[in-house]
Design a binder for this molecule. Sequence first.
Ligand code: BTN
Length: 236
Amino acid sequence: MVIKHFSSIDSTNTYLKKHYKELDNYTFISADYQSEGRGRNNRNWISENSKNMLFSLLILDKRLFNHYKEISIIVAYSILKELEKLGINNLMIKWPNDIYVKDKKICGILLESIATNEIDCLIIGIGLNINQKEFIGDYRVNPTSVCLELNKEININQFKNNIYNSIIYFLNDIMNNVSYYNEIIKYDYLKNKKAYYSINNRKELIKIIGIDEDYSLSLIFNNKHINIDNGEIDIV
Ligand code: BTN
């Protein structure tokens, strides 16, 4: 594991995209502040300076590329387990990879890949709200943080080590074909919910069945049972 920290950067994901060729597998890049933090679907990721965990992990080990679909959900699960140890209750995983506390989002994950002919690397970017107390602005989902849930600030640097170790532990396990599916579905936020699925600029009403064994999302749309690999789901 290699760890590099910046007090300020454009985006930790963008840094890895630029520098992956000269870096090692399992390099973590973190920052106190991002001037161009990126979220899923071209949204911005805005985070108060020094209050939260903003980091990205580089994966160069080809054995993990076969587990592409599993990776972001297992990273969410590995972070959820550490949040549980802090004493946060009601933690859920919203497919494909957000972590919620009840109906509020505490962590978002942006999985990117670089491919020429085949995959060169995977970049997993994580924004985990830790000590931020006020979230001003427009958020698709109400945010929360560790501090808001526990009513106390925690030491980001100490907690970071636990998070990094947990992520590597679970990634190594899935590389060795250990399955956490039965554990993960206990935290399936979307299970049995009615929702809107955004596809081709249209919002379709769907009934969710839940996370399937291949980590796609199983749902009913137009009376048909289908599985989707990506997309944006909004609860009705
Ligand atoms: C989401 O939209 O929920 C995903 C958010 C991912 C944000 C993190 S913060 C660290 C890393 N660098 C980025 O620019 N984005 C990710």
